[in-house]
Ligand binder design. Structure first.
Ligand code: NOJ
Length: 742
């Protein structure tokens, strides 16, 4: 037999019934006791989540009647406590509510958007950001955040990629697990924690055409090797809750997907947390054409194992009737209620239901702002540098562009609760750093979509009076995030035209792009003497970018997604298959002779007008210094299928200033029973080195991480030869080191 089966086939797993309680026997006994006392209506009430209606007679009535299990979008601690008091003191069974909110990259102190946090390649930064967010939000009474989003995104048109960690399962898994640790801490019952909610389970990022909410087709191996691992890592990190996704996979909406929610998550992974629907996603099974009406949708959701209905009102309206008519069993309802109550116990809400406003953490504390600044510095990715950076000037600096002073927009999507008066823009930070007298500022364009070119002449004239132009371009916050997809991912408005105009001033141009997604920037790369990319960097984005530009800190960010040169290349990711016609040479469109024969370009896989490669590959990013990697050394070039691959490598800072780099370990399985990608990231480590300093790094990769799932969904580790690289970008062209699984 060529390969070894590692896990039983999915089909062989029981996909009905829940995995009972990993909680303490005392807590499970208390849950049993409560369930035994609950009426059917009270049980259904626990499964109902409503959105912020404030403290009013209707809401108070529903809470007192035991019709509400959780509320989202209440952020005033006094209202939170007042509503909680109704649940705890004025209901028959005194069961507390859970207050939830989308705290995605900060509550008050905004860190970079998650895709920017991923560009740090430093899970410790993600963990710290989540910890600060939990501290701030929990002090307003919020104990449940709908974060992290660990959807793999390989299509830069999809607006929601801003909320995730990019294209790669290994990087996303590390970041998702770090966020869970940060939100939940060591002990979820402490009042300054929040339950994480890992979303969107599953496959949401595979939406066809990069259009939000769109359908997905995901074959079993792709689902299990690419889309699910970050969810598994987050579950293993102890995530208290998951959210199912809006999309259907292969025709089955996630909110009614028994195989996914019960079979894989609870059955195979043994997870015992709370599964919440996405907003109205149970009801939307009617729109999908999967449920005839909301009653049928409620039955499908409950049977599939969605514990809580977010704002669809389907459970509240129909579950009791479904149980009474025998269409949903009492055992199913009890199981959903058990999962909800377990999370309330885990959060310590039965013992400590109220927020203590008096001991509230200071929002925007100095150490939080400092951490947010560091995160924004680490997430900046230097794409081009002709030597202009770090900026050495004592003369005048022309600061321009629609993102130079855009306090609202630099925070990015999901910035509900921040006050932009606390946000420091690049313009403010540069004035502070270089002295207001040395900064000449004209925006040129008022906002990123602005097409009005009437201010260009005045701006170019002003630029002529400066030593250097700092152009801050990009996307407003509203151009990415949920339901904000773009079919054209170039700089919006007249921003490229403005860069062309600025070029006429004859001064060096440093372009900083502040955006929510990878953009196509081939012309901008050529027109700029340096190009710095910052995914919406949050509250302290201004000082962070000023520090990077001035050289107070060296950039060390690496791309968490491939940057296409043209939108027609998407979906674009490094981890592609070789195909039967890999490209060894290309003839591009302008070089094809007239009336050339149909086969004259060589019949390999590339685009005539875009070539093959991205403009900037996954894992890429420059620093102000340079790094070299020694040839990786293997403890053994043969490993058993249950063994571990041990790889060591020395990284040296070969430049004359300190800097950070990310060692990235990639492998390729040369021959397998399914074609494997040309490279897959299996480990990474960020290092900061002084000039001339070296560090020996060791990676231990379990052989099981080198396996894959076959068409039946079975995990296999096949014997055979692999190639391995350790370098600082996915487009490493060095000779690989070889090893084998025996
Ligand atoms: C819909 C979004 O898809 C989800 O991510 C979010 O948590 C909910 N709305 C609640 O706001």
């Amino acid at each position: 037999m060529k390969f070894k089966l590692l896990t039983a086939a999915f089909a062989a797993l029981a996909i009905t019934g829940s995995v009972r309680a990993a909680e303490s026997p005392e807590v499970e006994a208390r849950i049993d006791e409560l369930i035994s006392q609950m009426t059917l209506a009270e049980k259904v009430g626990q499964l109902n989540q409503l959105s912020g209606y404030g403290y009013n007679p209707d809401m108070v009535g529903q809470i007192r009647a035991g019709m509400v299990g959780s509320l989202l979008n209440e952020v005033d601690p006094e209202v939170v406590n007042a509503l909680q008091r109704e649940a705890v003191e004025n209901t028959r069974l005194h069961i507390p509510l859970i207050f939830a909110r989308d705290v995605i990259h900060g509550f008050k102190t905004m860190f970079p958007i998650p895709i920017g946090q991923s560009a740090t390649w430093d899970p410790a930064i993600v963990e710290q950001g989540a910890r600060i967010a939990a501290d701030e939000a929990s002090s307003a009474g919020i104990r449940w955040t709908f974060s992290p989003m660990v959807d793999i995104a390989r299509d830069a048109r999809w607006g929601r990629l801003a909320e995730g960690y990019g294209e790669d399962p290994c990087l996303t898994a590390a970041m998702g697990a770090a966020a869970v640790r940060g939100y939940q801490g060591d002990d979820l019952s402490r009042p300054n924690t929040m339950a994480a909610c890992v979303k969107h389970f599953a496959g949401y990022g595979a939406s066809e055409g990069g259009r939000d909410y769109n359908t997905t087709w995901i074959p079993e191996p792709l689902l299990r090797d690419v889309y699910l691992p970050p969810f598994k890592a987050s579950a293993d990190a102890g995530a208290a809750s998951f959210m199912c996704s809006f999309n259907d996979i292969n025709g089955v909406p996630s909110s009614g997907n028994t195989e996914l929610l019960r079979g894989i998550l609870r059955g195979e992974w043994g997870w015992d947390g709370l599964m919440v629907s996405d907003w109205n996603s149970i009801g939307e099974m009617v729109n999908h054409g999967f449920a005839a009406d909301k009653r049928a949708a409620a039955a499908l959701g409950a049977s599939a194992g969605v514990d809580m209905d977010m704002e669809a009102h389907c459970y509240a309206a129909h579950l009791a009737d479904l149980v009474e008519k025998g269409e949903v069993s009492v055992a199913t309802i009890d199981e959903l209620v058990r999962n909800v109550l377990r999370m309330k116990f885990r959060l310590g809400l039965f013992d400590n239901p109220y927020v203590d406003a008096a001991s509230m953490r200071r929002f925007y504390a100095a150490e939080s702002l400092e951490a947010a600044r560091r995160a924004a510095e680490e997430s900046a990715v230097l794409l081009v540098n002709n030597g202009i950076l770090p900026l050495a000037t004592t003369g005048k600096i022309f600061v321009t562009g629609p993102m130079a002073d855009a306090a609202h927009d630099q925070s990015g999507t999901w910035s509900f609760d921040m006050e932009k008066s606390h946000t420091v823009t690049p313009l403010a930070a540069l004035r502070d750093m270089y002295g207001a007298d040395n900064i000449i500022y004209l925006p040129g364009l008022a906002y990123s979509r602005d097409r009005d070119t009437s201010k260009f002449d005045e701006a170019v004239a002003a630029a002529r009076g400066a030593d250097v132009i700092l152009y801050f371009a990009g996307e407003e916050a509203v151009l990415s995030g949920e339901a904000h997809c773009r079919a054209d991912i170039s700089l919006p408005g007249a921003q490229t035209a403005y860069l062309r105009a600025l070029k006429a001033a004859g001064k060096p141009i440093v372009t900083t792009v502040i955006a929510g997604r990878p953009l196509t920037l081939p012309e901008e790369s050529g027109l700029s003497d340096a190009l710095l990319f910052s995914f919406h960097p949050g509250t302290m984005g201004g000082p962070a970018l000023a520090n990077v530009i001035s050289g107070r800190v060296a950039p060390g960010g690496k791309l968490p997604m491939s940057f296409p040169r043209m939108v027609g290349q998407v979906p674009m990711y490094y981890s592609v298959k070789n195909t039967g016609r890999p490209t060894y040479s290309m003839t591009l469109i302008d070089d094809i002779p007239l009336e050339a024969g149909q086969t004259s370009t060589g019949c390999t896989t590339y685009w005539l007008d875009a070539g093959l490669a991205p403009l900037y590959p996954f894992g890429y990013g420059l620093s102000y210094t340079t790094f070299e990697y020694s040839e990786p050394a293997l403890a053994s070039s043969e490993i058993a299928a249950d063994g571990t691959l041990t790889v060591s490598c020395t990284v040296t800072n070969t430049g004359d200033r300190a800097g950070s780099d990310v060692a990235q370990l990639y492998v390729r399985d040369l021959v397998a029973s399914l074609a494997r990608p040309v490279k897959e990231l299996k480990g990474f480590e960020k290092v900061t080195l002084a000039p001339g300093e070296s560090r020996r790094l060791t990676f231990n990769i379990p052989a099981s991480d080198l396996g894959f799932h076959n068409l039946k969904g079975e995990k296999v580790i096949e014997p055979g030869e692999f190639h391995l690289w350790v370098d600082n970008s996915s487009d490493c062209k060095k000779q690989p080191v070889k090893f084998s699984i025996i």
